[in-house]
Design a protein around this ligand. Structure first.
Ligand SMILES: C[S@@+](CC[C@H](N)C(=O)[O-])C[C@H]1O[C@@H](n2cnc3c(N)ncnc32)[C@H](O)[C@@H]1O
Length: 566
């Protein structure tokens, strides 16, 4: 059922004008009139869920709901153990991102050893004749795809978005002949039909004017390359692009770390899995353009199944800004509504108290208006959540500004000058830290060990150290990252995520490399020690991946094989 986007979206921008209207209407007379209480959003059902979606999820322990308070969402129909698949879907369409276009198979997403390339557009790549034969859509869109990069460049539009639009329009064309009554038919793991895409929220009303303008131009150009049977109105194409922006999911490759190598539209998952900043479910890319939603913790009956659309370890202000900008809503999940002084969020953006050296000064979160304007008032003083010590904002902020300056300088050295030494000098002090579980007192007046800037600095630092062949240094940073993620998990954030498994795999590879160095230099006892460390790290990666991705997933099996090999 198409949704009413105005009532469905819980975006704050819509609430603000409504409040203003009430204010403007108040006149002296109104004091005599009883003010109507604003209607509270309740758990009452909104529109019923279409039969197709019920069938698509009938084999999973979920109940599909549509309430005024939460919109369409999935809840647990009974208690669910961690590591349970709660939705598994074949994309209506997906594309390999431009950056990886000749590195992954466009059908199964395997990393390409041998490459079969479409000789006409030179934009479509396959690992085997079997995959090439399975791609029955490509011949219909090949000539349009060959124009996408040129159109993207000249209109300043993302070519990946344009390619996905073209593939979706080809799917729409294929469906034109299916009788209406057959449209609710569902075959397990068959591609979700295009008509479901039209049920998705578009948030077009919130889209940037400049984005709509460039898309209008790009759509006009694309449509001129298409046969009439595939074309749709430019206006509908712009709405389709907005739907993709609000609902598409990234897909990782089949073997390695969590890089998004592809982008797909999965209407069932996108429609029923809302966001929470401390989710109980993760979405994971599967081979062949499929997406699975799997629980990462035990879930109680009736609990909503939620995923995170954004970086879990970003500060509250950063997460809110990201969600407002990209998804157009103000998150009201438990993590976001717990007072700062009781929430893990206070550590992600603050400085260790100079009086107790245990807790941090609470930095009040920004308001919607401040985030929309990009300006935040800091106030005069901040208070420590642990001992109540009051500090002047300028003092606390000095440490934050210093850390930000080091981070910016490090990233500039890395990205603009490829100066790995200088990048390391700037980033290293941010990455090194004493953790709360390892000391009774933390370094007073410094950014907290869990401050998000430390994680942001540690990841590029790891790459710099690897680049300089400083494997020992990289192992130390990798271990600190895992310890910081463990601290977060102790304060209720998930302890099993794709990122955590990636850092265990990374540690395994680094220890493996150390063992190899010892083998070459004939240091046998050390070689043994490093192999054991590598084995342990790969086994940890496998344990986490068995929950997040499932035991059958190629990524889980890959690290299991690594653990057996070393
Ligand atoms: C991928 S869709 C999620 C599915 C959505 N419930 C639907 O009915 O189509 C993303 C959009 O859902 C809404 N949404 C998701 N999580 C939300 C949350 N925690 N609070 C408010 N709105 C949310 C926002 O409008 C967001 O842009």
């Amino acid at each position: 059922m198409p949704q009413n986007e105005e009532t469905e979206c819980l975006a704050p921008q819509q609430e603000t004008p409504m409040q203003n209207t009430t204010k403007n209407e108040s006149s002296p007379n109104l004091t005599k009139i009883k003010k109507k209480k604003p209607k509270k959003k309740t758990g009452a059902p909104a529109e019923p869920i279409s039969e197709y979606y019920q069938k698509a999820l009938v084999d999973y322990p979920v109940s599909l709901r549509n309430t005024k308070a939460k919109g369409r969402h999935a809840a647990a129909s009974g208690p669910i153990a961690e590591g349970t698949t709660v939705c598994h879907e074949q994309a209506t369409a997906f594309v390999v991102r431009s950056e990886f276009i000749d590195q992954q198979c466009h059908v199964c997403l395997d990393t390409l050893a041998t490459k079969l390339m479409c000789s006409d557009c030179k934009k479509s790549f396959y690992c085997s004749q079997a995959c090439l034969d399975r791609d029955t859509t490509h011949p219909k869109v090949c000539s349009i795809i060959s124009q996408v990069d040129t159109i993207g460049r000249s209109t300043d539009t993302d070519p990946d978005l344009l390619r996905l639009m073209v593939l979706l329009m080809a799917e729409r064309m294929e469906e034109a002949d299916i009788p209406e009554e057959n449209k609710t038919e569902y075959k397990p793991l068959s591609q979700t039909p295009y008509w479901c895409v039209e049920d998705l929220l578009s948030h077009r009303e919130h889209a940037d004017r400049a984005f709509i303008n460039v898309l209008t131009e790009a759509s006009q150009r694309l449509v001129s390359e298409m046969p009439e049977s595939m074309a749709m109105s430019v206006d509908d194409m712009v709405t389709l692009a907005c739907r993709i922006n609000s609902n598409a999911h990234g897909l990782g490759d089949n073997q390695s770390r969590n890089t998004d190598v592809a982008l797909g539209l999965f209407p069932v998952g996108a429609m029923f899995f809302n966001h929470a900043c401390n989710p109980n479910t993760a979405f994971v890319g599967m081979p062949n353009g499929q997406l699975a939603f799997r629980t990462i913790r035990p879930v109680k009956t009736d609990e909503e199944l939620t995923v995170s659309y954004i970086d879990l370890y970003a500060s509250r202000d950063e997460r809110r800004q990201d969600l407002l900008k990209t998804k157009h809503f103000w998150c009201k999940c438990k993590r976001c509504t717990t007072p700062m002084e009781n929430s893990v969020d206070r550590f992600l953006q603050s400085v260790v108290c100079t009086s107790c050296s245990k807790d941090v000064y609470v930095i009040p979160p920004a308001s919607i208006e401040e985030l929309n304007k990009g300006e935040k008032s800091l106030g005069e003083t901040w208070t420590c959540a642990g001992c109540g010590h009051v500090a002047s904002v300028s003092k606390v902020n000095e440490a934050i500004e210093k850390a930000n300056a080091s981070y910016t300088a490090g990233m500039y050295a890395l990205r603009q000058r490829r100066d790995y030494r200088s990048a390391c000098r700037q980033l290293e002090p941010l990455a090194k830290t004493v953790l709360p579980s390892q000391a009774t007192k933390l370094p007073a007046g410094e950014i907290h060990p869990q401050n998000s800037i430390r994680l942001n600095a540690s990841i590029p630092l790891l790459n710099c150290l690897r680049h300089q062949d400083n494997i020992k240094g990289a192992i130390e940073v990798n271990r600190t990252i895992l310890d910081v993620l463990d601290e977060h998990a102790k304060q209720s954030l998930p302890d099993k995520t794709a990122e955590i498994s990636d850092f265990w795999q990374n540690l395994g590879e680094l220890c493996d490399a150390m063992a190899e160095q010892c083998r070459v230099s004939g240091r046998q006892p050390l070689q043994k020690k490093w192999y054991k460390e590598a084995r342990d790290a790969y086994s940890q990666a496998a344990k986490v991946r068995a929950v997040v991705f499932g035991p059958e997933h190629p990524k889980t099996q890959f690290v299991e094989r690594c653990a057996l090999r070393v």
